[in-house]
Design a protein around this ligand. Sequence first.
Ligand SMILES: [Zn+2]
Length: 229
Amino acid sequence: MMETSLKWLWFTVTRVIGTRRICKWAGSMAAYGDTTFAHPHVKGYVALTIDDGLCRTGGCSLTTKVGQLLHEHDARATFFVCSDYLAGCEQEAAALLAAGNEFANHLTADRSGHYHKLAPDALRAELREATTAIQALGQSSVKWFRAPQGRLTRSMHAVITEEGMRHALGDAYCDDWCISDHAFVANTLLRQVCASHAAALTMYARPSVYARVCARAGAGRVDHHHAHA
Ligand SMILES: [Zn+2]
């Protein structure tokens, strides 16, 4: 039931409203004023971002397969990882970094209705815990932050700015964590992914979805494009 509703939602969003229009509207809200949704001046690339991973359940991570697909297509991605979900995946994580991928801060776990209620210092502690976990894997600095469920308040924005990070969302998305019809997910994403779009996926997507998105355009890290934007 939820899956059917989400498919209908994404069909409507991408065919009728347009994700770009929604991003423009969101960008007009104060907390999202400097959020990166896309790099409009960059053509012919997809800024591929992958959320949550690397594994919530232990022992069944797609990380190695996704890493292989990125490599096959000479693509790199920015993984917005929750630090709790890195446990047990340290080797795969280090391999992704060695291959030129980037990690970014998605807090400690993808809890809904939680982080926006935290006092600034409590949020800062969680942010630093996530950054420390990324640094322990060998990445020296963390530039990007993505709020769980994209929910960013002005107070959260102030803290991430003080911590030297910038908020990034994407302008191409489909609820691949719930929709099991991977052809639908791939087609919906590809409809949104034209030149200069940034695609966001979660680690639940089927490898075939990553393959199609990677193949459509050379995918790169967010900051690669940011440098030109
Ligand atoms: Zn998430």
